[in-house]
Ligand binder design. Structure first.
Ligand SMILES: [Zn+2]
Ligand SMILES: [Zn+2]
Length: 330
């Protein structure tokens, strides 16, 4: 089969690779579409010690089961392969599974014609769902999980909240779109890349602004979702959140910060970390995408897998307008 292999720092090579075979309890999937994630970019830059080259990256995939249980079904997958029996799996919080592994990290991922994974991590797609929407299930589930977490702590209904989303990449954009779909009328998106601001506005994500030129107003948002997760965006989150408000930290660009604990305490700010999604979130995200809760997805760009190296280089150079590029095997 053909695969786009991460062969070294800033190096993706489209080449022949041995076709995988499904072991016991696994399925073999023919990949239809697979998204390039920020974490794939992180690996590409040589910054992820868990992703060691040569490795087939890619975990946001949709395809069809060729072998194993459910043969012939169109599916997406939970990239996290979880044990099903630890305390967190039993609670339905399998994103916290203490024995989890992941495709495109501890085993080959989806930037290939074929991929194998655990049969238990397969998610059925709604009838007639497009490959484009299906391949967005994973980032959409991250957005859904972040908003669900926020709603548990917000003291007023979402439609009445002023929301600030930091970052106009796929997670930020999907979060803003879902907030709008939930009736949130005041959604602002902070994004420093002009191409992405334009793309987010066209997608209907709300009002965008360049936070490098014009910082977010202090005490202006009931809900802040930080989809970047850098020192500067955490400081912005804490400044922008209103007393009694909620900050959800989704992105994880870097992880050392001094936090204004005075404001956090005196203003009763809730600061919640979220990581990925549960299997239930993935199922809900697939349905929501299919029903149009995230809009028409016209902002998503599709390219052939064979031209994947160029896509990585374009994203790296900030030349990619689309917040998400999907690669399609031939
Ligand atoms: Zn991802
Ligand atoms: Zn587990």
């Amino acid at each position: 089969m053909k695969a786009l292999v991460y062969t070294g720092t800033r190096e993706m090579t489209y080449r022949e690779a041995p076709a995988p075979t499904a072991g016991a309890g696994e399925v073999l999937i023919r990949v239809d579409a697979v998204g390039i994630c920020g974490s794939d970019m992180h690996a590409y830059h040589g910054h992820d010690p868990r992703r060691v080259p040569p490795l087939i990256l890619g975990h946001e995939l949709a395809g069809e089961i060729l072998e194993g249980p459910g043969r012939g079904r169109r599916v997406t997958v939970n990239p996290l392969i979880t044990c099903g029996s630890c305390e967190y799996c039993v609670q339905g919080r399998n994103n916290l599974c203490s024995n989890r592994t992941m495709i495109g990290m501890t085993r080959p991922g989806g930037f290939a014609d074929l991929v194998t994974t655990a049969a238990a991590s397969v998610i059925d797609l709604p009838e007639g769902m497009s490959a484009r929407a299906a391949a967005l299930t994973e980032p959409a589930a991250t957005a859904l999980h972040a908003i669900n977490t926020a709603m548990r702590s917000l003291m007023r209904p979402l439609p009445e909240c002023r929301a600030l989303v930091i970052g106009g990449g796929a997670i930020g954009l999907l979060t803003a779109l879902l907030l709008r779909n939930y009736g949130c009328r005041h959604v602002r998106v902070a994004e420093t890349n002009a191409l992405r601001r334009e793309s987010a506005e066209r997608a209907g994500a709300g009002e965008t602004f360049d936070s490098a030129a014009q910082p977010a107003q202090e005490n202006s948002a009931d809900l802040v979702i930080d989809a970047v997760g850098m020192k500067a965006t955490r400081a912005m989150s804490l400044a922008a959140v209103k007393p009694g408000g909620v900050i959800v930290h989704v992105g994880l660009g870097d992880w050392a910060s001094e936090i204004d604990m005075r404001k956090l305490t005196l203003a009763e700010i809730t600061l919640a970390g979220v990581y990925t999604y549960s299997t239930a979130d993935l199922r809900a995200a697939a349905r929501a995408l299919h029903e149009g809760a995230f809009g028409d997805l016209a902002w998503v760009e599709e390219r052939p897998l064979s031209e994947g190296a160029r896509a990585f280089a374009d994203i790296d150079a900030g030349r990619a307008r689309a917040a998400k590029i999907l690669l399609r095997p031939a």
